[in-house]
Design a protein around this ligand. Structure first.
Ligand SMILES: *Cc1c(COP(=O)(O)O)cnc(C)c1O
Length: 454
């Protein structure tokens, strides 16, 4: 497969040209999904005994298949949590692949893991966790949350042998991301959701919820999961009072900042995260608000040893060489994966190139865009804010619209290749939602989108 033939040369040129064009284009064509059958009709069978040739396969991707995807970095893609990887990070993603680095153990991946760890050190510094805290890059927030929950559950069992074999239970609030429930299933733990009076969970409510648990359930409680920026509304739980309760009750305190974590770098909102420095574990997704390409999450632990106790794999073929250079940080010991891409490398290169100040500014811009959008919404008679913006999320309503109007409006803008803004639910009402990540989104983009709600 490594012999240089003309097809390989052509393919390489095509791929490089496409990549350069794509990352230079700040408003890529907004694609939309098609039925699988329809795609098959257009491209035909692509996997054949003889191969269809690189040029040909690439042409099908470039001309047909990529158009059936939505570029999530489009400046008018304000749905879900969009992304805006830097050019530097994307180019280095190619380098990461080209370098064929196995990211499980220092023995093979030292130089790459060094890069990851440099980036990780900066992330950890944003959290304010004490010395000794450290983390590892994962495939995303879901895997980070799972890795943290496994570490918490194992610590709870190691602490008291009576907990071995007992089904564990965690407390969280309704604002928690769906992955918390999903990953609790993976570890076969129960989840109790706390109803919050206000929009965020407080220590007082947590304490009440704990006190209300039956004695047998209280004994099963192994972790509390707070959210540092809900995905739906950007709301941050009252982390310092929650930390207080978790410390008093000796319960693992996890903060899920998959979306909001980038905002730890933003001076204007950093105070909202007060108490995060007391967490036992934290999830941050660089592929959300830290401008990394997919996929890149991160899990950070206050006490790395506890993560190692839970995750380190043993196997006769995993015995590591005695060479001194082989001794170092082994990412496989701190999360659920063994073989892994050194997926923190693109973040490292981009951070190294641009410096952390640029990151700070780009994140502040997302927050500013949310404030600007809120003002523009208030200036329009037909629109109103549902609540003030939080972090980079704005919830607003078009007066007189019901759920189907929002849906039609979303489809119309998307079909026209103009924008992707999706509705959400807030207190059972269907409303519209902006989530700003891309610092290249302009005020004009916001005006143009709001114009379509006339
Ligand atoms: C996005 C998100 C997740 C899930 O992260 P993935 O990277 O999609 O796996 C978890 N928690 C929160 C708060 C999120 O915003």
């Amino acid at each position: 497969m490594h012999t240089i033939d003309m097809d390989l040369v052509e393919m390489t040129l095509d791929v490089m040209k496409y990549t350069i064009d794509r990352i230079s284009n700040v408003t890529p064509e907004m694609g939309a999904p098609k039925k699988e059958d329809d795609l098959l009709k257009i491209v035909g069978q692509t996997i054949t005994p003889e191969g269809i040739g690189g040029e040909n396969a690439f042409k099908l991707f470039r001309d047909v298949l990529v158009k059936a995807t939505v570029p999530i970095d489009h400046p008018r893609h304000l749905a879900f949590v969009p992304a805006a990887p830097t050019r530097a990070a994307i180019m280095f993603d190619l380098v990461t692949s080209a370098s064929s680095i196995h990211g499980a153990y220092w023995m093979e991946g030292a130089g790459g893991i060094f890069c990851e760890n440099q980036a990780m050190r900066w992330l950890v510094s944003l959290t304010g966790l004490p010395d000794g805290a450290f983390g590892v890059f994962t495939s995303g927030g879901t895997a980070a949350n799972l890795s943290a929950m496994v570490a918490a559950r194992e610590e709870w069992r190691a602490r008291n042998s009576a907990n071995v074999g007992v089904k564990a239970l965690l407390l969280t609030s309704h604002g928690a991301h769906s992955s918390i429930q999903a990953m609790a299933k993976v570890i076969d733990a129960d989840v109790v959701m706390i109803d919050c009076e206000e929009e965020y969970l407080t220590g007082r409510e947590l304490q009440n919820a704990m006190d209300e648990l039956e004695e047998k359930d209280r004994k099963r409680l192994f972790a509390v999961v707070a959210t540092g920026g809900t995905t739906n509304a950007g709301i941050i739980d009252e982390l310092h009072s929650i930390a207080e309760v978790c410390e008093k009750e000796n319960i693992w305190f996890h903060v899920d900042c998959a979306y909001g974590g980038g905002a730890l770098a933003a001076t204007s909102v950093r105070h909202l995260f007060k108490g995060i420095e007391r967490a036992d574990s934290i999830t941050i997704d660089p592929h959300k608000w830290l401008f990394s390409p997919y996929d890149c999450g991160a899990v950070i632990y206050k006490n790395l040893e506890l993560a190692k106790n839970a995750h380190a794999q043993e196997g006769s073929y995993l015995e590591i060489f005695r060479d001194e250079g082989a001794q170092g940080f082994n990412p496989a010991d701190y999360q659920i994966q063994l073989t892994r891409r050194v997926r923190g490398m693109p973040l490292w290169f981009s951070l190294a190139m641009h410096g952390t100040n640029k990151y700070r500014q780009a994140i502040e811009r997302g927050i500013e865009l949310a404030q600007i959008a809120a003002r523009k919404i208030e200036e329009r008679g037909n629109l109103e804010l549902v609540r003030p913006p939080s972090l980079s999320v704005v919830l607003f309503r078009r007066k007189g619209w019901a759920a189907e109007h929002y849906r039609e409006w979303t489809y119309k803008n998307h079909r026209g290749g103009f924008a992707l803004v999706t509705p959400t639910k807030w207190k059972k009402e269907t409303v519209s939602r902006f989530c700003f990540i891309n610092p290249d989104t302009t005020e004009e983009d916001i005006d143009l989108i709001l114009d379509t709600m006339e």
